[in-house]
Ligand binder design. Structure first.
Ligand SMILES: [Zn+2]
Length: 58
């Protein structure tokens, strides 16, 4: 299961959440502190952060 890292600007706290593939592009996770989404921004996951360079073979 892919784990994504999020950051809540309101709480100024980072948290991680598991999201399904179908929703990882469209939405962000709910902040566990304030239960809001509009102050949450998605950070690069640890899986994709190291492979930001696109390959032409894909
Ligand atoms: Zn929050």
């Amino acid at each position: 299961m892919p784990v994504y890292e999020f950051y809540c600007r309101k709480c100024q706290k980072a948290f991680t959440a598991v999201m399904h593939v179908s929703e990882h592009d469209a939405d962000v996770a709910e902040c566990p502190e304030c239960r809001r989404k509009d102050e949450v921004e998605k950070r690069l996951s640890t899986f994709t952060a190291v492979t930001s360079r696109k390959s032409a073979s894909v």
